[in-house]
Write a protein that binds this ligand. Structure first.
Ligand code: SAM
Length: 196
């Protein structure tokens, strides 16, 4: 999966990594920044995505589509598709450009909307990557966990970088009897939950 990433996908990833690093360095306002996952987190979610049981593969928080490019590699390997949600029109526009340039339109569907108003569409989720605003994490968690199939996986970003903001949600997840969970010290900290 990682040894044969197509050149146009690799080039698009590299450009997004450069832009994200510039955003962080030059004081770009928070809502305009891409706020992407790290490359090692990309590998981490692609491995989990490729190993997840049958069911929908979804992402909450697309930004310009960097993490979705990693998940697209898992989709290619397993013959699945990804549905990714982005609430901001300007980010959705960037994501559309990303997916077109990287040639992943056949495996990635972008939904320009609030995930929380679409959660009910998914009855059987195999894998979910949660990377939205921190104040909606708990609501997203509450919407996703009941819809995960047995052995289904939820990965949530920023579990260590935003530990204080997310503490109540993390505490809840780590003590939730519906899942087995832990925080992996990859990138900005990844909460991983496996449905029992
Ligand atoms: C941290 S960025 C996502 C970065 C992306 N996952 C990546 O690594 O390339 C968070 C994104 O989530 C979007 N977002 C926040 N709340 C959302 C919601 N309820 N539904 C869909 N998207 C949301 C924001 O507009 C923002 O673009």
């Amino acid at each position: 999966m990682f040894n044969n990433i197509p050149k146009n996908v690799r080039d698009t990833m590299r450009d997004l990594e450069r832009r994200d690093a510039m955003d962080r360095a030059n004081g770009t306002p928070r809502l305009e920044r891409l706020r992407q996952i790290t490359p090692d987190t990309g590998r981490f979610i692609a491995l989990w995505g490729a190993s997840a049981p049958e069911g929908s593969m979804i992402e909450i928080g697309t930004s310009a589509g960097y993490s979705a490019l990693w998940l697209a590699q898992a989709c290619r390997l397993t013959g699945r598709t990804l549905t990714t949600f982005e609430i901001l029109p300007e980010k959705a526009l960037l994501a559309r450009e990303t997916f077109k340039r990287a040639g992943v339109g056949d495996v990635v569907t972008l939904v320009e909307a609030d995930f929380l108003s679409h959660a009910q569409v998914f009855e059987r989720i195999g894998f979910c990557f949660l990377d939205a605003e921190k104040d909606v994490y708990k609501e997203c968690y509450d919407a996703v966990i009941p819809r995960l199939v047995p052995s289904g996986i939820l990965v949530a970003d920023n579990a260590t970088s935003h530990f204080d903001d997310l503490a109540p949600m993390l505490e809840f997840a780590l003590n939730d009897h519906r899942v087995d969970s832990m925080i992996a010290t990859v990138g900005k900290g990844e909460l991983v939950c496996r449905k029992r």
